[in-house]
Design a binder for this molecule. Structure first.
Ligand code: GTP
Ligand code: MG
Length: 229
């Protein structure tokens, strides 16, 4: 039997406000939050290793990484930046309270960049705002160039698409152009990067973009503060 329970609370609105509050608080601390989504194994942790290595020369970088089980990704990231694993024990996506609880585990902040690697899944994470400034979806060359249209929410809700594992392009039937066209049909404003963590192709461009985005966010936060004064 179906029953409707009127809880008189708009949970979606509550979550939206919490995410906006987290984003604002991170901006006030000068922390630029970048979240990575993808299907399992698309290369999120490997890209974060390279990114933390590059940005870590000039910035304080912290990383929170989600998985259903094991500390493996945090162990891989630890040599590059303070990293903490969030294990959900079964849940298919991260939620903001998990991020807020895990943040102190990274130790002394605030950070210039906080990276959040969500659980490998192109469906559930797309429905949750974790208070990030930039949402990035990875699509690896081995997954097929038809995925944006098949998993539209992940691409519609993201700001950037990173096509990963480009060193494998000569060996797999994947057209970067087709993947970009498919993604643009879902969301015309998407920005694209192509990277290989194996031969470092595109890594410097990707990291320069993150530097610029952080700077723009910082300028925006300062001007909003001045207007609010
Ligand atoms: N050839 C190639 N392999 C890569 C590249 N990036 C990652 N890999 C390999 O792809 C596999 C998965 O990479 P991960 O970085 O663990 O992927 P992930 O998205 O973090 O995986 P989950 O956290 O399990 O969802 C590993 O064996 C990596 O070595 C790349 O640029 N080129
Ligand atoms: Mg990973």
């Amino acid at each position: 039997m179906e029953r409707t329970i009127d809880v008189k609370v708009d949970l979606k609105e509550q979550r939206r406000r919490a995410a906006d509050g987290f984003r604002k608080s991170m901006s006030e601390h000068g922390t630029y939050v970048v979240r990575l989504l993808s299907s399992p194994g698309a290369g999120k942790t490997t890209l974060l290793q390279k990114t933390a290595e590059n940005l870590g020369r000039d910035f304080r970088v912290g990383i929170l990484v989600g998985d259903v089980e094991t500390e493996r990704d945090a162990e891989r990231l630890a040599p590059f930046a303070p990293s903490h694993q969030i294990t959900t024990g079964g849940a298919c996506h991260l939620e903001l309270p998990l991020i807020e609880r895990a943040l102190p585990e990274l130790g002394a902040g605030p950070f210039d960049f906080l990276f959040v690697e969500d659980i490998g899944n192109l469906i559930c994470p797309a429905s949750h705002d974790l208070g990030e400034h930039l949402r990035v979806v990875l699509l690896s060359a081995t997954e097929g160039d038809d995925k944006p249209g098949k998993y539209p929410k992940a691409f519609r809700s993201s700001d950037v698409v990173v096509i990963s594992k480009t060193d494998l392009l000569p060996y797999v039937p994947f057209s970067v152009e087709k993947a970009q066209q498919d993604a643009k049909l879902v969301q015309s404003q998407l920005r694209f990067f192509s990277v290989s963590a194996m031969n470092d192709d595109g890594i410097a461009e990707w990291c320069d973009f993150l530097r610029e985005q952080r700077k723009a966010q910082e300028a925006f936060a300062e001007s909003s503060e001045a207007v609010g004064r």
